[in-house]
Each structure stands twice: as C-alpha cells, then as structure tokens.
Design a protein around this ligand. Structure first.
Ligand code: B1M
Length: 213
C-alpha cells in the first residue's frame, strides 16, 4: 500500500511532523493499527538499522528516525492500549543497564497495557538494584526486561541473580526479549519466558499473571 510506504519513508528521513499525520490518514482510510505498526513503523526501523550497519547512515540520522518513529507510535498508542477492563495483574518493565534503546520496550509496554495488565515502566538503563526495588515496591507478578545490544544482554542475567540474592526471584516470573535475545539465551540465564515480539510478550505475561504458564 502506497501510504504505508510513505509513512516508512517519512520515518526513515526523520520527519517527526509529517509521519504522525500520515499515520492518522492511514487509520482514517481503514488500515489497521497493527498493519501500520508492522508494515510501516517497524519496517522503517529495520531499514534504518540495515543502513546503519552498512555505514550508509550514522547515529544522528538513526536518532532522528527514532524520534519520528516515536511520534508516529504515539498516534497508535490509544488504540494499542485500549482495554476498558480492570487490570488483571502487574508487570514491571525496563531496558537493562547500559542500554538506551526504548522503542521496542515501549511497544511491549503498550501491548501489555492493551491486554489488560498494569505496567510500571522503569525506563532505560535500569540497574539490577532498581528492578529489585521495583519488585519490593510494586509486587508485580512479572518482571520484563528488554535489551538491544549484545553487550547489555548479560545484564539480564545479573538482574536475575540480584533478584535471587534479595530473595525476590520466586515472587516473580521473568521474561526477556529484544532483537539479539534468543529463546536459548533466555533459558541459559534462568528466565521463565522469552518473546520475539511485543504481541507475544504481552501474551506470555498475561498467561503468567493468570497462572496458566
Ligand atoms: Co542502536 N543499535 N545503538 N540506536 N539501534 C541497534 C540495536 C543495532 C542492531 C544497529 C546495527 O548495528 N544494525 C546495533 C547493536 C549491535 C549489537 O549489539 N549486536 C546498535 C548500536 C551498535 C548502537 C550504539 C552502540 C551505536 C553507537 O553509539 N555507536 C548505541 C548504543 C547506545 C546505548 O544503548 N548505550 C546506539 C544508539 C541508538 C540510538 C540512541 C541512536 C537509537 C535508539 C533510540 C531509542 O530507542 N530511543 C538506536 C536505534 C533506533 C537502533 C535501531 C536502528 C532500531 C531499534 C528499534 O527501535 N527497532 C537498531 C537496529 C535494529 O534493531 N534493526 C539499533 C524497532 C523496535 C520496534 O524493535 O527494539 O527490536 P526492537 O523491539 C522488537 C523486538 O526486539 C521485541 O519487540 C519489538 C517488536 O515487536 N522486543 C521484546 C523488544 N524488547 C522486548 C522485550 C520482551 C519481548 C520482546 O520481553 C520483555
């Protein structure tokens, strides 16, 4: 669809003003939020990632593309987080220590909210101690960690170890995800769950909250 391509191009070029406008236009023309998200927004960021990897663009361009992606995502947020029911459980989420990538984590948080969970978002660069503190303060059923860098993935393990050390590990289910994270990595660090994308992360969290997994 031409409009999806236009949105993708606007995000890739970092146009934070026009990208959200085009998303609104696509929605009013009847295209679903899910299609816009997957075929325009996420697609744009993977093109950006590929160009960055090949040194065709650099950090500033990635940063402005990310800003446009976030602006576009804001338009979809009310639809993705629509629920109308009382929260069925609580999730504490954050991007691990040393990692500043938050688009995927924000998406996971939105999908979780949309599936009826209360989400406490600790933001980015979240130290293991901060995850532990949040578990003590909010008593969630699930701790969700995101990592986008191979160098920060080990901080997921450190966080699980910290939870163990503080006697909190048995009180929560831990789920992990992010582009470089795999199911086998999740198992190797003792996480309870892994999800490759935001929708399945929400599904798993919901199952854990309902005690079905
Ligand atoms: Co960075 N970056 N970045 N970056 N960046 C990547 C991740 C990279 C793969 C690019 C590349 O080389 N191709 C590469 C990592 C290489 C590696 O470790 N293997 C990289 C690098 C190297 C870096 C820097 C080191 C660059 C530098 O400074 N030289 C630096 C590190 C900064 C830091 O964190 N300390 C850096 C910085 C940045 C920006 C700040 C410029 C910006 C982030 C802006 C922001 O997030 N606010 C940025 C961006 C935008 C990217 C790319 C291009 C796009 C990431 C993104 O938002 N994707 C990325 C390339 C890529 O991924 N193709 C790249 C869209 C998003 C929807 O997908 O986050 O994967 P994603 O989330 C997915 C799934 O992974 C999953 O759900 C989402 C989809 O539904 N998911 C979960 C995510 N979290 C989950 C948690 C779950 C379950 C599923 O359970 C809890």
């Amino acid at each position: 669809m031409e409009i999806l391509n236009e949105i993708s191009q606007l995000i890739q070029k970092g146009n934070a003003k026009l990208a959200p406008e085009k998303v609104k236009e696509a929605l009013s023309s009847g295209i679903s939020a899910e299609t816009i998200l997957n075929d325009a927004l996420i697609q744009a960021m993977s093109v950006v990632g590929e160009k960055f990897k090949n040194n065709e663009i650099y950090v500033p361009e990635v940063l402005i593309a990310a800003r446009a992606m976030k602006a576009a995502l804001e338009v979809l947020k009310p639809i993705l987080t629509e629920t109308g029911v009382k929260p069925i459980g609580k999730v504490v989420i954050g991007t691990v220590k040393g990692d500043l990538h938050d688009i995927g984590k924000n998406l996971v948080a939105m999908m979780m909210t949309g599936s009826g969970l209360e989400v406490i978002d600790l933001g980015v660069d979240v130290a293991p101690e901060k995850f532990c503190e949040a578990v003590k303060n909010y008593s969630p059923q699930v701790v969700a960690m995101s990592a986008l860098l191979t160098t920060t993935m080990p901080n997921m393990k450190t966080t699980i170890e910290k939870l163990q050390e503080q006697g909190l590990r048995d009180k929560v289910k831990v789920i992990v995800g992010g582009a470089p994270v795999t199911e086998s990595f999740a198992k190797s660090i003792g996480a309870d769950g892994y999800a490759p994308d935001a929708a399945s992360a929400a599904e798993i969290a919901k199952k854990f909250v309902q005690g079905a997994a």
